[in-house]
Each structure stands twice: as structure tokens, then as C-alpha cells.
Ligand binder design. Structure first.
Ligand code: MOS
Length: 731
């Protein structure tokens, strides 16, 4: 099915299942421990041995020698695989650094070996006996120092609208400020883990991967075997946040280890390996300049951002939202990329927008203060319903102003004291902050296969993944809606590369795109089923388990009487995304208390009001947003990978040193979705929410801290050492 013109009324609009709060259908499997994750015992790999990954202890240089003799002789050891005996390996299209180092080492904890043994403990013990000698080389590890040598990457190109320099120079009110965000880690609960088994030159890998087809292609490319010889199975994933978008070392080393040992092998990265072996969200330095008239109209807005990555890697695209979020005739965005020899930087939840809005939405708060305007009013005055660079190109839907207005009412914004540091409750200085949320809505081709079984069950098969987001449930809702059957009659099978290729879970495109693909396949099944029943597919209605044309009504199950019906289709998207800017919007509201003596920050209340198209399942959508608000709070107050600038690695590499919020850090959170259907997005009229939820949270917290204390911190995370010196005198 090609989606080229805005959706009209279709079976999804019945809203018998779609739009209803629906508990996740995979909940019982997860809560009873019967959901098969990658590191479980799999039927076809019952006797899997254990692989332990050894990481490089230098950040850059060469391996000069490997002595594996003691490791090989250790009890239980079955194989030791290094670049010396792994055979020729290619490199996946989506990987910047190779997943097995040698002889070059590109980053700290890049894998140099996997030791395979009968038990995990034997593998770990033997790994300690492996001797690897290195010739270290000098690397670049400090973004601030490398900033001067940063260059413009191909993507994204810089953008210029009007004459920014002139408009900024002549603006009556202006701001020129620099903000920094640190390197951050996905820190998902389930580590990167894979179990691999070979049979007749083909490998099956049970793994934790958000994008099955990308992983399958890159595994084939790395091993140098046809894609048809690689099967990836990833039905349950314990969180990804972008860290599992790509093939990683666990999967490759499980495959290599299994080949060397001649039997199935499982590999999980230990927590301390995850931070430096895998990818992370790169640190940024961002300079923002805003010029405005005295009545608060933006005349010039400029956003430049610097980040670093390994040679061949990409930039953190933190200026992109500034092209679209606010009006203004003169505009500039620029992205600069420096070479850094730290572990690979890559996508983490709302890559680009999340750190970009952490800076931009403080700048907007600062500018509002200079203008003597309420920060919500300042945002409203600079709303735009069209792409500011191409006024003929409207937003398909844009309810930012409604999000901010409704949020202000619900949160009690009128009680905020505009003068910082004035509200005191006992030992607490109390402040409120607001920020806009913005994240683009991307659409991706997505396929599915439907089966109508003789027993009446409807089976959906697609390689879509569920990373805790609720994919199983919204896909079941979609099939139930389109085919007119009860939810419990739908069986959803996900995350297997033997199923049709889907959009996968990334960039918050998964929910809308994958359900649209299932909708397309269901419409195909309707045709097949109606035809089988001798009914006109164009006129047939599918309701209450029956297929009806006028007075002629038959049970759907009759269509499968002679055997299972199978139908397959995919959704692909035309150029509606060119004609319309498709984005999602929100307003984040935060109240904090800051201890007047110690500067400890406690978040007290949070509210998000979101406008993101049709909400397919308010229960799982809300979960996505409160999770994202929690992650945004972590980014604001605690998360930071600390760079050892001499040796080139992240020094804090566990959940004791890399702090993420726990329950005690997070207060009452409220999420409101505005009524919205976006017929431009897909037949589902839905958009993404999973990344929107984090966008702007950090700045809302920062602005609340400023309102509480009068201390403006522009370098995240906002730890108390950055506040103490500027705190108001207390008695
Ligand atoms: Mo997302 S950072 O594309 O999983």
C-alpha cells in the first residue's frame, strides 16, 4: 500500500480498539519470567557455552602481540577468538568502529577477544589470563580542545535564511550564550546480549536488537556470508534507547565464538563493558544567539553546535530543531564535527533534539527574561504554523501553543513568581520552569504478514521489535480493529528476520509506521477473505467477527474453512513529508525545590502536555512519556560520562558511577495528550511519542532551578557544586 494522499475515513476510525487504554498483551509473559530474552536458554541452543568479551585497555594504537596460551589451557575453555584467528571480517554499514579490534585499536574497550568456556565463571577467569600487548598512540579526547579543528560534516548541512548577522547585530534585545551537554549513556536494564548457533553454514542469533534488518545486513557484511544465511531473533528487548539500533560486539562475538567452539555460544556484555564498548550520546558545545524586537518578536535566531566522534562517524545534530521551532526571518544553523578517539558516538533517545533543546529552551527562557516577558507568552508570540525557511510548507498539525496554554492552566503557572529566588517553603527554595517539546515525525516503510487460521485466530508476523514500548499491543489493536475481531483473538509475533521487514524501533517512527504496515496487510487479508466468501471486498464490512455486505453476513472464520489464509503487504510513504512538515509537540512543566543550604535539587512535580497525532494506546503512550520525562530529569541533574582526558575513556562505567534517576528521585508525573488526528502521517493518523517525551525536559528542570535560586547553570548536569556559590544568602 502506498500512502501518498492524506488519509480519509478508514476502518481504524471505528476506534473500538485503537485509542482505548489497553494493558500490554505481553505483560503476563514478562511478569512471569516466561518471555524469552536473548540470553535465555533457547530450544535450538540448549547447550550454549559462555563467551566473555575482553576489551582493549588503550584508547588508540595497535595490538603488538596476543598470547592466548594460558587462557586456552585454562579449565573449561573451548575457544579464544581474536582478530588473529577470526578470519577476514568486513564491517557493517552502520558501524563506525569495527566490533573486533586488531591490529588497530580505535577506542577503549573495543573488543579484542572473546573467550569461550563451559561456564561463565571459567570464561571470565580465562579472560584474565589472556595477554595482549599494545603500542599506544596519541589520541584526541577533549571536545573543548578539539573544537577549533572541527569541520562541517556532510550531514546535516548548515542552513541560512535571510541575513542572520545583520539582523542579530541590529536587534534591540539580544542573547549570545553557550551551553554544554555531557556524553551520556543509554544505561538500559538489559545488557547487550546474544546467543548464536550455526547449522549448515547458516547462523541464528537470538539477540537484543531494535532494527532486525539493519542488524541482519550488517552481520552478513561483517561475516562475509549471504544475508540469507543469517537469522536474527529478537522477540523481547529490555530497553534500547538507541543503544541497540545497530549490530554490536555481543552478536558478532557470539557468532564467531560459536563457530570456533563448534557449538552454540551466548555472550552478554558485563555492565562495566557497556559504557565504553558500545555507543553513547556525544557531548555538545552549543552557541545560541537570539535577537528580538522589544515587544518580543524574534528577528534573528542562530544555533551552532559542536560534537565529536571517531573518524568516519557522525555529528550530534543538536541545531536541527532550531530550523523549525520558532518564527523569525533571519536564521542560521551550523553543525561542526571534531575527531575524537572516545568510544563511538551515536543515536540515543531523540538524538539531536534532546541535547539541542536542553540548550535552546534555556536560551528562550533567558531571552524572555531580558524582554520582561513570561516565557510562555514569549514562545506563543513566536509560534509559526509553517516551516520558517519555506513558508509555503505548512506543519501538518502544530498545537504547541495549545500544549503550553493547557499546561499552564493545569500546572498552576500563574502562581509562579517571575523574580527568581523569592519563593521559600521551609528549607526549600521553590521554582517552576517550562520548556517546549519538539520532535520530528519520521515515517518508514514497514511490512507485515497476516494469517487467518482455521481456528479463528488472527496471526500477525513482522520483524518489528518491542523494546518495552508496547509494540505488541498496538499491533494487536490494529489487527483487531481492521479485521473486526476481539483483541484476544489476535496473536502477534515480532522480532524475527524470517518475518516481513518492518520499520523497526527507532527515531519514534516505530509505532506509527509498523501499525500502518499491519493495517496494509490486514486490508490485503480482507480482500482475500471477502473473495473466499464470495463477497465484494470493496463493500465488505468486518465487524464483530463477521464479514457483511448489506444483509449478507458470514462469520470471518468461514473464510479459513479450507485452510489458513495468508496475506502480506507493506506500507510505503510518498512525498507527503515533503509537502508538509510533520512534527510532534509538547509543553513540559516542572516544579523543583532546591535546598537553601546545600543546593540539593529535588523535582517536586512534572507535567507534560503532548500533541502527537492519534494516540493509539493511551496506556502505553503515557508510559513512554513518563519514562522519557524520567530520562530527561536524569540528563538535567545527574547523567554524565566523565572523560579521562589523558587515557581516553569514560571513567564511570557502572550504575553506581553513572547515575540515573531512581523512584525516589521522581515525584508525581502527569501526562496529557491533546486530541489530534494527523491524516498526513499515515492511515493510522498517529505520530511518535517515545522521543518527544524527553525533548525539552532538561531545560524545563534547568529553568525551574533558575526560578528557584536565581543561578543560571548552562553546563549540564546541574549538580549542586554549580549552584552553591550563587545561592541566595539564607538565614
Ligand atoms: Mo532511537 S535513538 O532512534 O532508538
Amino acid at each position: 500500500m502506498k500512502f501518498e494522499t492524506p488519509a480519509t475515513t478508514n476502518p481504524i476510525d471505528q476506534l473500538k480498539h485503537i485509542g482505548k487504554p489497553t494493558p500490554r498483551i505481553d505483560g503476563p509473559q514478562k511478569t512471569t519470567g516466561t518471555a524469552p530474552y536473548a540470553y535465555e536458554r533457547h530450544d535450538r541452543a540448549p547447550d550454549a557455552a559462555y563467551g566473555y568479551v575482553v576489551g582493549a585497555t588503550i584508547a588508540k594504537g595497535r595490538i603488538t602481540g596476543i598470547d592466548a596460551s594460558r587462557a586456552r589451557a585454562a579449565p573449561g575453555v573451548l575457544a579464544v577468538v581474536t582478530a588473529q584467528n577470526a578470519g577476514k571480517l568486513g564491517k557493517g554499514e552502520k558501524n563506525t568502529a569495527r566490533l573486533l579490534a586488531g591490529p588497530e585499536v580505535e577506542h577503549y574497550h573495543q573488543a579484542v577477544a572473546v573467550v569461550v568456556a563451559e561456564t561463565f565463571e571459567q570464561a571470565r577467569a580465562a579472560a584474565g589470563l589472556l595477554r595482549v600487548d599494545y603500542a599506544p598512540a596519541k589520541g584526541a579526547f577533549d571536545l573543548a580542545a578539539a573544537k577549533g579543528s572541527a569541520e562541517s560534516p556532510k550531514d546535516p548541512p548548515d542552513s541560512h535564511v535571510g541575513d542572520f548577522d545583520k539582523a542579530f547585530a541590529t536587534a534591540p534585545v539580544k542573547l549570545d550564550a553557550t551551553y554544554t551537554t555531557p556524553d551520556q549513556s543509554h544505561a538500559m536494564m538489559e545488557p547487550h546480549a546474544s546467543t548464536a548457533a550455526w547449522e549448515d553454514g547458516a547462523v541464528t542469533i537470538w539477540t537484543a536488537n531494535q532494527m532486525i534488518d539493519w542488524g541482519r545486513s550488517d552481520m552478513a557484511a561483517t561475516l562475509g556470508i549471504p544475508k540469507a544465511k543469517v537469522r536474527l531473533v529478537s522477540p523481547f528487548i529490555g530497553g534500547g534507547f538507541g543503544g541497540k539500533l545497530f549490530l554490536r560486539a555481543d552478536a558478532l562475538l557470539a557468532a564467531l565464538g560459536a563457530k570456533a567452539a563448534g557449538r552454540p555460544v551466548k555472550v552478554a556484555l558485563t555492565r562495566p563493558m557497556m559504557f565504553n564498548n558500545t555507543t553513547h550520546r556525544p557531548a555538545t558545545i552549543q552557541r545560541i544567539r537570539i535577537g528580538a524586537t522589544r515587544d518580543g518578536k524574534i528577528t534573528a535566531i542562530g544555533h551552532e553546535t559542536w560534537s565529536g566522534d571517531l573518524p568516519g562517524g557522525g555529528a550530534e545534530t543538536a541545531a536541527e530543531q532550531t530550523k523549525l521551532l520558532y518564527a523569525g526571518a533571519n536564521r542560521l544553523t551550523a553543525t561542526k564535527l571534531a575527531v575524537l578517539d572516545l568510544p563511538e558516538g551515536n543515536a540515543m533517545r531523540a538524538p539531536g533534539e534532546a541535547p539541542g533543546l536542553m540548550a535552546l529552551e534555556i536560551a528562550i527562557d533567558e531571552m524572555a527574561e531580558k524582554l520582561g516577558l513570561d516565557p510562555i507568552e514569549f514562545r506563543i508570540r513566536n509560534d509559526t504554523q509553517v516551516d520558517p525557511a519555506k513558508p509555503e510548507r505548512p506543519f501538518s498539525q502544530r498545537q504547541l501553543v495549545e500544549c503550553l496554554r493547557q499546561g499552564a492552566d493545569r500546572f498552576g503557572w500563574k502562581d509562579r513568581n517571575a523574580t527568581p529566588g523569592r519563593r521559600r517553603e521551609g528549607r526549600w527554595l521553590v521554582g517552576m520552569g517550562v520548556a517546549a517539546a519538539f520532535r520530528n515525525n519520521l515515517t518508514m516503510k514497514s511490512g507485515a504478514r497476516m494469517r487467518l487460521q482455521p481456528d479463528g485466530l488472527v496471526v500477525v508476523e513482522t520483524d518489528m521489535t518491542d523494546i518495552g514500548t508496547g509494540s505488541y499491543t498496538i499491533i494487536a489493536q490494529t489487527a483487531a480493529e481492521t479485521l473486526g475481531v476481539p483483541l484476544k483473538q489476535v496473536v502477534v509475533r515480532l522480532g524475527d528476520s524470517s518475518f516481513p521487514v518492518s520499520a523497526g524501533s527507532g527515531g519514534q517512527w516505530g509505532g506509527n509506521s509498523s501499525t500502518a504496515g499491519v493495517y496494509a496487510a490486514c486490508m490485503k487479508l480482507r480482500e482475500v477473505a471477502a473473495g473466499k466468501l464470495g463477497l465484494d471486498p470493496q463493500k465488505a464490512e468486518f465487524v464483530d467477527g463477521r464479514v457483511r455486505v448489506g444483509n449478507d453476513s458470514r462469520p470471518l472464520i468461514e473464510a479459513a474453512r479450507d485452510g489458513e489464509l495468508v496475506a502480506e503487504d507493506f506500507i510505503e510513504f510518498g512525498d507527503l513529508a515533503k509537502k508538509y512538515q510533520q512534527s510532534t509537540f509538547g509543553g513540559h512543566f516542572v516544579e523543583v525545590g532546591v535546598d537553601a543550604w546545600t543546593a540539593e535539587v529535588r523535582v517536586r512535580r512534572m507535567l507534560a502536555v503532548c500533541a502527537a497525532g492519534r494516540i493509539l494506546n493511551p496506556t502505553s503512550a503515557r508510559s513512554q512519556v513518563i519514562g522519557a520525562m524520567t530520562m530527561g530529569t536524569g540528563a538535567a541533574l545527574m547523567e554524565e560520562l566523565v572523560v579521562d582526558k589523558r587515557r581516553g575513556f569514560f571513567a564511570n562505567h557502572d550504575l553506581a558511577g553513572y547515575e540515573v534517576p531512581v523512584h525516589a528521585d521522581i515525584p508525581h508525573q502527569e501526562v496529557v495528550f491533546l486530541d489530534e488526528v494527523d491524516p498526513v502521517s499515515s492511515p493510522m493518523k498517529a505520530k511518535g511519542v517515545g522521543e518527544l517525551g524527553i525533548c525539552g525536559v532538561g531545560a524545563a528542570v534547568a529553568n525551574a532551578v533558575y526560578n528557584a535560586t536565581g543561578v543560571r547553570v548552562r553546563d549540564y548536569p546541574i549538580t549542586l557544586d554549580k549552584l552553591l556559590d550563587g545561592m541566595p544568602a539564607v538565614a
